[in-house]
Design a protein around this ligand. Structure first.
Ligand SMILES: [Fe+2]
Ligand SMILES: [Fe+2]
Length: 172
């Protein structure tokens, strides 16, 4: 599916996520520890940041431009984030105690796959339909600010923080 450039970085991450979801679902008894370790590395380096960008950039931009946040697909998306985080916590504990359970990997793989399908099939099309072009471009611009690495909300101005102009309705 053709994605607006503002959402493309998320969709690129989703391709990697689907590969990991498949590995989780197919893990054999002999590989449980290895698959768990590989997933938690992926989680630590990529997916946890991906979730934060969706929560701290994507949905707030939708909110500020009047998008309907009560949509069931958006509510479900956030509930899935919490469930996936909870399973990642559990898997981390299982790995530390060397008792990785196949059922945990299976549940995580199924949930991650369902989550990516929900975003690609329902959430992203809804956002693309709801937001005007300049607001979709605002997603890209705010992702860049988010990725500068400040632990705070990067768009709340303070003494040290220059405020850069954002795309507005008048911009072509
Ligand atoms: Fe996502
Ligand atoms: Fe997500």
């Amino acid at each position: 599916m053709k994605r607006h450039p503002g959402l493309r970085t998320f969709s690129d991450d989703h391709h990697h996520g689907l590969v990991h979801a498949r590995r989780l679902k197919r893990a054999e008894q002999a590989d449980l520890t290895e698959v768990a370790g590989a997933f938690l590395e992926f989680w630590r380096l990529e997916t946890s940041l991906h979730f934060r960008k969706e929560e701290a950039v994507l949905l707030p931009v939708l909110a500020r431009h009047g998008g309907d946040l009560s949509q069931s697909s958006l509510v479900e998306m956030l509930a899935q984030h919490a469930r996936i985080r909870g399973l990642a916590m559990q898997l981390g504990d299982e790995l530390v105690s060397r008792e990785v359970r196949g059922g945990t990997l299976q549940a995580l793989g199924e949930l991650l796959e369902a989550h990516i399908r929900l975003e690609e099939r329902e959430v992203f099309p809804f956002i693309e339909e709801s937001l005007p072009e300049y607001a979709l471009r605002e997603i890209t611009s705010r992702l860049e600010a988010f990725e500068t690495g400040t632990p705070r909300e990067p768009w709340v101005p303070d003494q040290d923080l220059p405020v850069t102009p954002r795309p507005s309705p008048g911009d072509g």
